[in-house]
Write a protein that binds this ligand. Structure first.
Ligand SMILES: Nc1ncnc2c1ncn2[C@@H]1O[C@H](COP(=O)(O)OP(=O)(O)OP(=O)(O)O)[C@@H](O)[C@H]1O
Length: 319
């Protein structure tokens, strides 16, 4: 049952495996977390660690292999096609490169109107266009762009269209998949500010995927770190930056430049081969690159455990 004090999203033991010619690729392997209402979970990790697949599996854009996804108390894996279509109006996604998902033959207003039309939310064309004008104003797209085409716009404005499309259906939850990674730093800040304002105004809950930890430092409430399909550490953002416990998180953080020379962390360079995500061997997936790995790490998989309130870690070293 839904209850406003319960998390909006609960993901339990989520798995997504892909069959490949070499074997079963464990893209997401037994991942569990929750996101509270109106909060932002940042999901970070290197390319290929399973961030996007986790986001897509939650929305069932890719069908999960195993696990439970509770959205507002509802088990969304049990929903039929029509029920899932309705549920998708409450759960949306914003992509890194909105351009590739925008139809070049549709104007800005037609693009934003499309989800309203397809989902039969506003059937009257005049009313639909009024709503489009309202959303354009909310996301900071000038009225004069109403009849512009996506290729006439810069990356920041295109991403505003992506955000507008996601907002059109009045969702509660948005998976933001690297939404600012393709943008210049100054434009990144504008888009992050906009997303922050929208969250405040509309009470949105975000899952914010990025390979760039410095982006989520101030933007996310909590941060989850993934490594080769596994969630290896999760903590409130401030706590994670102040006290990273997992050796992989420590290495990731050491690569971020810090403005003050007094606070500079010593850069930890990872050596060793990256373990294959195809039919992974038993043991910790980070062991081959971990400076502290013991024989136990090569035979047994550490589980995520709460080591301090809200701080979870999957490493034998800090148990
Ligand atoms: N449809 C698919 N078929 C087969 N393998 C896939 C598919 N989608 C993703 N993968 C694989 O799953 C793993 C996780 O990919 P995913 O895109 O989720 O990672 P990511 O952390 O989001 O990386 P990136 O930032 O590069 O997108 C990768 O090894 C990827 O090659």
């Amino acid at each position: 049952m839904s209850n406003s004090s319960s998390p909006l999203l609960e993901v339990k033991n989520l798995k997504k495996y892909f069959k490949t010619p070499k074997g079963m690729l464990h893209a997401v392997d037994d991942v569990s977390f929750t996101i509270d209402r109106g909060r932002t979970l940042g999901v970070v990790g290197e390319s290929g660690c399973g961030k996007s697949t986790t986001g897509r599996a939650i929305l069932r854009i890719v069908e999960p292999t195993e696990g439970e996804i509770l959205f507002d108390g509802e088990d969304i894996r049990s929903l039929g096609k029509d029920q899932m279509r309705r549920m998708r109006t409450r759960m949306q996604i914003i992509f890194q490169d909105p351009f590739s998902s925008l139809n070049p033959r549709k104007t800005v207003s037609e693009t934003i109107a499309e989800p309203l039309k397809l989902n039969g939310i506003i059937t009257d064309k005049g009313k639909r266009m009024e709503r489009v004008a309202e959303i354009m104003e909310i996301v900071g797209l000038a009225e004069r762009l109403y009849n512009a085409y996506p290729h006439e716009l810069d990356g920041g404005r295109r991403q505003r269209i992506g955000i507008a499309r996601a907002l059109a259906l009045n969702p509660q939850f948005i998976v933001c998949d690297e939404p600012v990674s393709a943008l210049d730093v100054s434009i990144q800040a504008q888009i992050l500010n906009l997303m922050d304002e929208l969250q405040e105004k509309m009470g949105l809950t975000y899952m914010f995927i990025t390979h760039d930890l410095s982006v989520v430092h101030y933007f996310a409430d909590d941060i989850a770190v993934m490594y080769l399909g596994r969630l290896i550490e999760k903590a409130p953002a401030k706590e994670l930056f102040r006290n990273p416990v997992h050796p992989y998180t420590q290495a990731l953080l050491s690569a971020i430049p810090v403005p003050s020379i007094h606070n500079q962390r010593k850069r930890i360079l990872l050596k060793g081969e990256i373990t294959s995500p195809v039919d992974p061997k038993p043991g910790c997936r980070f062991a081959s690159r971990c400076p502290y790995a013991s024989s136990r790490c090569h035979s047994e998989e550490p589980q995520l455990k709460e080591i301090a309130p809200g701080h979870f870690n999957a490493c034998f070293l800090n148990e």
